[in-house]
Design a protein around this ligand. Structure first.
Ligand code: PRX
Length: 646
């Protein structure tokens, strides 16, 4: 473990940073000793409220109840747009960079405000009211910012579904949130290829009886099927819409959005975030974690379909009046220097991406990086999965020329914003460690029985106190919210990750300890992939586990038991992959499928995934306790026929 290696704080960065080491110590102490005063001060500093709150916090973890800034009233778009108009109306809010390097576009705060108001009127004209759920199934185009904020303008709750999800996955999410209106593109481009978004929507819509309006943004302009009476052309509707739209004042605890994420069991859950606390937390972390300075060009490469896109492409940066870059494409198109070309083209100062992208680009060699300039860069960030020290060093040394602090930020869909992270002017860095908690965040490490471990320790990561950006419920299933996050270790928020704390109090995230996979920074539940596989008529049973993958972080290894008498072959493997693609997404395709005559189970019938994980990872010499297996010979067969890892 390279936890001895420390990069001290860069003194030049510290000199101009919002937070230096002394300020971090002081504010962190205040934030945990007197949290309510601390958060009240931050809420006044970062947000404009129409009506102040009466109470800062009320919570009851065993009941899964969390409320911040009770009684406060505000509107997210007033904070992200209106209040900037006077001072920075002509400043660029969104730089859009297309998949094709020749395509780009800039939207000022004034333009964005006008379009958001217009589209909010389009939504209203189509019957959308405060509290209604609106599904957004869009690629990374500038209009995505417009429609998302338009929902917030009128208090509609958006549910963004990642554009890479299949028609079936989209259908499930539309039905779960009972969305009547959906916004999509005709098509989009990714790495030079066309993605047929509208076709997926048409397919999904057939099974969504309540979905009555589909607003289509024509992005490629190619011919697409059109359902009269249901489909609306975005541009035509915008032309007819007034640019005056009063913001609807929201309670701090009114829902802002639902975002589906995978858990260890069942269907993805709709994580619900609310208005005041979420916005405050997104804005504050954006400012301090990236040391955002007035005038900076800031680029987070995440898709708006994930929480990182919500908090750090849109809400945090726009609340702070930043210029935020949205990128439609992929890091390797047209060449593997695309990220660095875009950084030079738009003079990006802050760059935030995922370890999987870093590892993929590292494998392409240094020349693609070193032939670009990158002198505009000041801060680098990483998110989505643990960053291995080799990738960290390459990112820091080759991409950042050893000048730019690298913030490895640990958080989750449910946390709304970054929880454990360095601050550029305050925290000495250790490659591979997310370092220290953000203000107000109280992590702890537990043993499996739930006892708090002090000092150097490794175990289960929990948070012992609420923070404003925390999710409030699982949409439509509060019992699942309690069960998933608060039941296992009463009194704490259970994150699902393991962590180690070193002698300096630094946290090292060791990865998920439940049946959630992290593939290329995408969160997937093994249960979802298994459900897709067993839909095949010839499949009796399936078990999916992750294995360490050099680029993807984790790869997907599927053990599939076929019906008696059926022989597995490569065309059947192809059919199984097609099923996963159709049911979920290409991101969930198994890398390896092993035919398994049987699966290792306890006598009560529970699949022993621990053993399957070890076989997949080639660590079968140390399988641990196998005495509870119903049939130990199954394991030997699986080991004998295991597949070679990529
Ligand atoms: O396992 C952790 C991993 O990603 C999970 C959360 O996934 P998701 O909700 O999709 O959000 C991703 C973007 C915030 C976590 O439970 N994870 C995220 N960031 C890190 C990480 N693991 C280690 N280090 C990180 N910096």
């Amino acid at each position: 473990m390279s936890d001895q290696k420390i990069y001290p704080v860069n003194p030049q960065i510290a000199a101009s940073a919002h937070i230096d080491s002394a300020a971090y110590q002081r504010l962190y102490q205040q934030s945990i000793t007197d949290p309510e005063t601390f958060w009240a001060e931050q809420a006044s500093e970062f947000l404009d409220w129409q009506q102040p709150w009466q109470q800062v916090l009320q919570y009851d973890y065993p009941k899964g109840e969390i409320q911040w800034f009770l009684g406060g009233k505000l509107n997210v778009t007033v904070n992200c747009l209106d209040r900037h108009l006077e001072t920075r109306g002509d400043q660029v809010a969104i730089i859009w960079e297309g998949d094709d390097p020749a395509h780009d576009r800039k939207l000022t705060y004034r333009e964005l405000h006008t379009q958001v108001c217009q589209f909010a009127n389009v939504l209203k004209a189509n019957g959308v009211q405060k509290g209604d759920r609106v599904c957004i199934y869009l690629p990374m185009i500038a209009e995505a910012a417009v429609v998302i904020l338009a929902c917030a303008r009128i208090g509609a709750v958006h549910s963004i579904v990642f554009g890479g999800f299949s028609a079936d996955a989209l259908r499930d999410r539309v039905i779960d949130a009972d969305c009547r209106v959906l916004i999509c593109a005709d098509e989009s481009f990714r790495g030079g290829k066309v993605v047929h978004s509208k076709l997926n929507v048409d397919k999904a819509a057939k099974q969504c009886p309540n979905l009555n309006t589909v607003i289509v943004i024509k992005h490629t302009g190619h011919d697409i099927p059109w359902t009269a009476g249901r489909d609306i052309d975005y541009r035509e509707a915008m032309q007819a819409a007034s640019a005056d739209c009063e913001p609807v004042m929201m309670d701090a605890e009114d829902p802002l959005f639902i975002l589906y994420t995978s858990g260890s069991t069942g269907q993805p859950k709709g994580v619900l975030h609310t208005t005041g606390g979420y916005l405050l937390y997104a804005a504050m972390t954006h400012k301090y974690v990236f040391d955002y300075q007035e005038g900076d060009v800031y680029w987070c490469t995440a898709d708006i379909g994930w929480i990182t896109g919500h908090s750090y492409v849109l809400y945090g940066p726009l609340c702070n009046g930043a210029t935020s870059l949205m990128f439609e494409g992929v890091p390797t198109y047209p060449h593997p220097d695309r990220f660095w070309q875009v950084i030079d083209k738009h003079q990006v100062n802050i760059f935030y991406t995922a370890p999987t992208a870093i590892r993929a680009l590292m494998a392409q060699g240094d020349d693609f990086v070193t032939r670009t300039n990158r002198s505009s860069l000041r801060i680098l960030g990483s998110v989505g999965e643990p960053i291995n020290p080799e990738a960290w060093e390459w990112y820091y040394q080759v991409v950042g020329n050893k000048r730019c602090p690298l913030v490895d930020t640990w958080w989750q869909t449910e946390t709304g914003g970054i929880l454990i992270t360095p601050l550029p002017g305050a925290t000495p860095l250790k490659p591979g460690s997310a370092t220290l908690p953000f203000f107000g965040v109280k992590p702890a490490i537990l043993d499996p029985d739930g006892n708090i471990l002090e000092g150097e320790a490794e175990g289960v990561l929990v948070l012992t106190y609420p923070w404003p950006g925390q999710a409030r419920t699982v949409y439509g299933d509060h019992a699942r919210f309690i069960d998933t996050y608060f039941a296992k270790f009463p009194g704490y928020y259970f994150a699902g990750d393991g962590a180690r704390r070193d002698k300096d109090g630094y946290y090292w995230i060791t990865g998920r300890i439940d049946d959630v996979l992290n593939v290329c920074g995408h969160r997937l539940g093994t249960a979802e992939i298994e459900s897709a596989l067993v839909l095949h008529d010839l499949v009796a049973e399936a078990a999916v586990v992750g294995f360490p993958h050099p680029i993807k972080g984790q790869g997907i290894y599927a053990y599939v038991t076929l019906n008696v008498g059926i022989e597995g072959n490569s065309s059947l493997k192809g059919e199984l992959k097609d099923l996963v693609r159709e049911e979920i997404s290409a991101i969930a395709l198994p890398d390896l499928i092993q035919w398994a005559p049987g699966l290792p189970k306890t006598r009560s019938g529970k699949i022993m995934r621990r053993i399957l994980r070890k076989i997949a990872a080639n660590e079968f010499h140390d399988l641990g306790d196998t005495s509870t297996l119903a049939d130990p010979s199954v394991v030997e067969q699986l080991i004998a026929n295991r597949l070679k890892l990529p």
